[in-house]
Design a protein around this ligand. Structure first.
Ligand SMILES: CC(C)(COP(=O)(O)OP(=O)(O)OC[C@H]1O[C@@H](n2cnc3c(N)ncnc32)[C@H](O)[C@@H]1OP(=O)(O)O)[C@@H](O)C(=O)NCCC(=O)NCCS
Length: 283
């Protein structure tokens, strides 16, 4: 490392707010979410929000959050713009991996869409699990929202979902950017209990929802094809309208067969150039 002092990690403190705001100011054209979640992250005892310091100055932040049995979610990695390309992020990530290993987690997962970060994670041994692109459908007036199954009904959907065309493109997980869990009957039941499953006609299409970041309904996974899926996609646009949300976002792996159904249901390809990825490191 080119800096003189040693890199140390410690919990982020309230007094770090201005410095953290400063080091996220230019990230994503000034639209970094970290200043918005700073207070919540600070008070969340279930996760480790860490500051990296050199000579008493905060040079970076990162967060480790247990999100499912044996699974740690890694997020919020930022390094001060004036100190980049000196190995700080790599040292922070290595410390995070070590910490997670010591706590006997089996795997670390993360989501990213940034090229430098992709290189960092791949050279640290992370494997890509899934790539997703964003589609968007605007709210639409006048129709019925889709049916929400209960937990027991949700479990019964597993045989249908696990054999749905294109399901293999999801790499065995739900591509939820807040924590990508394994895709199985348990996960379907959990989603249903949280009101995050939607069904098309006769259960021949299913949408898995995730917590949205903005004023939208957010879909992390689609199963089914053709007429049933198109009806479901329209029903999601109706639901957005009924809930006073502006649109529906769907993240979908490239070349997934649902692309045609999205187009036919009035959805647009929202950002063609920037895929997002979920990565995993087995410990
Ligand atoms: C991504 C980020 C954390 C990297 O921090 P950093 O301290 O500069 O990274 P390091 O010096 O430890 O570099 C580690 C590796 O990352 C990759 N990398 C970092 N910056 C890069 C860049 N500008 N272009 C290409 N690769 C890059 C390289 O593989 C690098 O290894 P190398 O220097 O041996 O080639 C930093 O650029 C940042 O805060 N960016 C804005 C926010 C962001 O994208 N965060 C990640 C979200 S998941």
């Amino acid at each position: 490392m080119a800096s003189t002092g040693e890199l140390t990690l410690r919990p982020v403190r309230p007094a770090d707010r201005d410095r953290v705001t400063e080091l996220t100011r230019e990230v994503w054209d000034g639209r970094d979410y970290i200043p918005r979640v700073f207070d919540r992250w600070l008070s969340d005892a279930g996760a480790a929000f860490e500051a990296a310091e050199i000579d008493g100055v905060v040079v970076g932040v990162q967060r480790l959050r247990p999100f499912a049995p044996g699974l740690m979610w890694y997020e919020g990695l930022r390094v001060a713009p004036e100190l980049r390309r000196q190995g700080i992020a790599r040292a922070m990530l290595e410390a995070a991996i070590e910490e997670t290993r010591e706590q006997r987690f089996q795997e670390i997962r993360l989501a990213t869409r940034d090229e430098p970060a992709v290189r960092l994670f791949e050279t640290a041994g992370f494997k890509r699990m899934v790539e997703v692109q964003w589609w968007r459908g605007l709210r639409m007036e006048g129709g019925e929202a889709a049916r929400m199954p209960d937990g027991a009904d949700a479990r019964k959907l597993w045989p249908f979902i696990s054999t749905s065309p294109g399901i293999e493109l999801y790499g065995g997980i739900t591509p939820d950017m807040n924590g990508a869990r394994d895709l199985n009957a348990d996960e379907l039941e959990r989603l249903a209990k949280n009101g995050l499953l939607r069904l098309g006609p006769s259960g021949r299409a299913v949408a898995l929802l995730r917590e949205a970041w903005g004023q939208n309904l957010a879909v992390s996974l689609l199963a089914g094809t053709g007429g049933a899926l198109r009806e479901l996609l329209l029903a999601l646009r109706f639901e957005a309208d009924a809930d006073g949300l502006s649109h529906v976002t769907v993240n979908l792996p490239p070349a997934h067969p649902a692309q045609d159904d999205l187009k036919a249901s009035g959805y647009d390809f929202a950002d063609a150039e920037r895929s997002a990825y979920i990565y995993s490191l087995s410990l």
